[in-house]
Design a protein around this ligand. Sequence first.
Ligand SMILES: NC(=O)c1ccc[n+]([C@@H]2O[C@H](COP(=O)([O-])OP(=O)(O)OC[C@H]3O[C@@H](n4cnc5c(N)ncnc54)[C@H](OP(=O)(O)O)[C@@H]3O)[C@@H](O)[C@H]2O)c1
Length: 294
Amino acid sequence: MTPTTPHTVPVTVLGLGNLGQALVGVLLAQGHPTTVWNRSAHRAGPLVARGATAAATPAEAAAAGGLVVVAVLDHDAAREVLAGAGGALAGRTVVNLTTGGPEAARDLAALVTGQGAAYVDGAVYAVPQTVGTPDAFVLYSGDAAAYDAHRPVLDLFGEGTFVGDAPDLAAVHDTALLSGMYGMFAGFFQAVALADAEGIGAPAVTSALVRWLGAAADALPQFAQEIDRRAYATTTSNLRMNAVGLRDILAATEARGLPTDLLAPLLRLFEEQVAAGHAEASLSRTVESLRVPR
Ligand SMILES: NC(=O)c1ccc[n+]([C@@H]2O[C@H](COP(=O)([O-])OP(=O)(O)OC[C@H]3O[C@@H](n4cnc5c(N)ncnc54)[C@H](OP(=O)(O)O)[C@@H]3O)[C@@H](O)[C@H]2O)c1
């Protein structure tokens, strides 16, 4: 595969939602010949005004680009669009940035390679406003040669990291990272609801919360070591202390008539570990109630 360089490689973007628009914006800013397609054609208008070429169908769009980037709502939409592109994908590289699980990635990889194209799956860690900035990063997996060949273009979206040859590996990482993100949001929503019950506005509690979450996140690499070694001795933050603390928080939550649905399952896991004789163990031992048994 011939290495590509920025400014010359024709790129196609299928899907012009918030993410697709941002990706195209970055490509146009770098002077890439860019062909776009979107189910609702009107969304291409502003991008055409900035230099993009609009295609009438996914097949017409795919035929125009050596690199075909897909950013649509979900797996079903990506499947529909790529199946529509069909034989026009032959010889191209498809980089699918649509969020989906590992099963979805494997399915799309089979569809794309079945058309004679290379498949790379990507998980984007950015919002549209940060695409193309140093804050953005993307995890990729799949066809390594195709990834390497198109890396100069892909790196424009955000710092890329290739996590392995299996097409579903980026999605496996993504499922894990987004689970962490949603867990954090769950805690945030509970925090502001509790503050609100006392007449404290969300912004007033949020600045201290962000500071504290940053400090809590600093503990995660140590927890990760404990988890991989299954070595949970600690003098820092044991399960008994955390179970008592979370029980008190849930009692205070109930006393204000608020639901405890988000954090009550976590307390059950702490208690399960304490009941199993691990009261003195690190909080990280909670993962033993969740992970695949060995
Ligand atoms: N936005 C972000 O911050 C962000 C960050 C990382 C990853 N992502 C992922 O990127 C993907 C796109 O996100 P987004 O924010 O761009 O979503 P969005 O703004 O809601 O746009 C959705 C896009 O999907 C298209 N679409 C939906 N159903 C379709 C179908 N059946 N056939 C063809 N096209 C279809 C829509 O076309 P119409 O215009 O015709 O409705 C639109 O272009 C998602 O998987 C998302 O999880 C987004």
